[in-house]
Design a protein around this ligand. Structure first.
Ligand SMILES: Cc1ncc(COP(=O)(O)OP(=O)(O)O)c(N)n1
Ligand code: 3NM
Ligand code: MG
Length: 224
């Protein structure tokens, strides 16, 4: 995701969207983020901190946001539109029980990225798209240990969405280099991952490279 809206991203038909681990120490995480972003193509970083104070989130944004933005990678905050505006993030991601899309848009303005979780629902995605969301996120596609996922999405949903709609779609939930091909070929514009990068046995750079290579291979395989 070049700095700007996901729909303006050009280099590939499907790109990586990194979501941070739910708990992190910003100073310790900064070199890992740098390593990940310098190792390959990443469109977007979402700071997703759970059970943290607003001040903890501010501190993490202040340290991590420049690492992404200096590399033309969009920096999106999960759940907190006001903090996203205050700290200079490129946008916010909101779920169905978070600040409603319209309120998030009012807080952040028209130039910001506002993405919306739509679980496995065509209806929620159409509502979000009609309201003006910059992307819709579907999931979980695979079992995930990162959070308790109450919904299960199928690749067919991505195919249906991407054939009918212009609004980009993000796939999330248990995605790895080994299982991502059906999501790429079904039309996901972005693959959002936590564990496949931050939990990669050889480190985050290897995680990014493996996912970049898997996306490229899937795109090449579906082109022929
Ligand atoms: C890209 C992306 N997709 C989905 C989510 C999940 O959002 P939500 O349902 O609000 O759950 P939490 O992440 O807040 O626990 C996401 N964060 N990012
Ligand atoms: C944050 C999040 N949202 C999901 C959803 O289904 O909406 S799944 C998920 C966790 C994604 O982490 P991992 O790549 O480690 O499975
Ligand atoms: Mg949320």
């Amino acid at each position: 995701m070049a700095k700007g809206k996901p729909s303006q991203a050009e280099p590939a038909a499907c790109r990586l969207y990194l979501v941070t681990p739910p708990a992190l120490e910003p100073a310790a995480f900064a070199p890992l983020l740098t390593e990940a972003l310098d190792s390959g193509d990443v469109a977007c970083v979402q700071l997703r901190l759970k059970d943290c104070s607003d001040d903890d989130i501010r501190r993490a944004c202040d340290l991590l946001r420049p690492i992404a933005q200096e590399r033309e990678v969009a920096f999106i905050l999960n759940d907190h539109p006001r903090l996203a505006r205050e700290t200079g993030c490129d946008g916010v991601h909101v779920g169905q029980t978070d600040t409603p899309y319209r309120d998030a848009r009012k807080i952040l303005g028209n130039d910001a990225i506002v993405g919306v979780t739509c679980h496995d629902s065509r209806h929620l995605a159409m509502l979000a798209g009609e309201e003006g969301a910059d992307y819709v996120a579907f999931g979980a596609f695979f079992p995930t240990a990162t959070k308790t996922a109450e919904y299960q999405a199928e690749p067919e949903l991505l195919r249906w969405w991407s054939e009918l709609m212009e609004v980009p779609c993000v796939a999330i939930g248990g995605i790895t280099a080994d299982n991502c091909a059906p999501l790429v070929t079904a039309g996901a514009d972005f693959l959002a991952v936590v564990n496949a990068v931050w939990g990669h046995a050889q480190g985050p750079a290897a995680g990014v490279r493996a996912l970049n290579a898997a996306i490229e291979a899937a795109l090449a395989g579906s082109a022929g």
